[in-house]
Ligand binder design. Sequence first.
Ligand SMILES: NC(=O)c1ccc[n+]([C@@H]2O[C@H](COP(=O)([O-])OP(=O)(O)OC[C@H]3O[C@@H](n4cnc5c(N)ncnc54)[C@H](OP(=O)(O)O)[C@@H]3O)[C@@H](O)[C@H]2O)c1
Length: 270
Amino acid sequence: MSKSIFITGASSGIGLATAKLFHDAGWQVAATMRDPKDAASWMTSDRCEVLACDVTDQGSLDAAVKETIAVFGKIDVAFANAGYGLNGPIEGVSEEQIHRQFDVNVYGVARTIKAVAPDMRAREDGLIITTSSIGGIIGMPLSPMYISTKHAVEGLIESARFEFAPFNIKLRLLQPGGIKTDFSRRSAEWADHPVYAEAITAGKKMSVDLLDAAPAPAKVAEVVLKMATDGKGRLRYLAKPGPYVAMYKYLPDRLWRWMIQMALRNAAKT
Ligand SMILES: NC(=O)c1ccc[n+]([C@@H]2O[C@H](COP(=O)([O-])OP(=O)(O)OC[C@H]3O[C@@H](n4cnc5c(N)ncnc54)[C@H](OP(=O)(O)O)[C@@H]3O)[C@@H](O)[C@H]2O)c1
């Protein structure tokens, strides 16, 4: 019997590319999304189940997992990938926006784990891959809330792997760099504040330009397939990080800050 993967946020970007690559590699794919009308045309395949699922709702996740197990028998790999970016300065974001950002990006991951863990634990076998980001390592200007969610996800997974180890459930963190998806447009929410107006305009432009020139999500899907099949005990996998992680690690902080601030200033001028 072929293996199965359960994916959240499979309507576009990294989730969609991963669904396609695993499907083409012979896996059974549960492609979950908020609105099944957004499913890709190839998802009518016998080896693909399209399921409605909103990660802000535990009942919706539990139902999607139950249906996947009923159809495929089990879930070998769960890919907790759904997320979006709340950008803008802290002074501009509302409490409601902060709640929503954590609800999707952090609680959504915890809920996904809670939904898939009981069956994996009973079978003493399973792998849970979560989409973090290089933003789970590096702080970036004008997205303190999004970046905090990815730092939270890093802590969540690094800690939870210990409680799941006795049940042979492995946890992994995917850390993509900038990838060309809907992330800088449809999945980007910007908070406003008059004091930071110029920086916000520059930040918006910089994020769109950076992602428009970034690698396609298919490159990240290849890393996810490797994570699912290499049999290694590694926790973190970088995917197309660009030069940023190395620069952040090896440059003196003073120089790193200057570089990022210059990039923002240049974006403001263009
Ligand atoms: N692109 C990058 O540069 C980059 C870099 C590092 C990390 N990431 C991370 O990669 C993940 C995927 O993003 P992407 O780049 O592929 O962007 P994307 O194309 O915009 O995909 C985001 C996905 O998340 C889904 N989603 C949002 N809120 C949801 C909710 N409440 N319940 C279920 N699904 C929800 C969206 O579904 P709808 O269609 O229903 O909106 C969509 O399928 C995110 O966690 C993001 O933080 C992206």
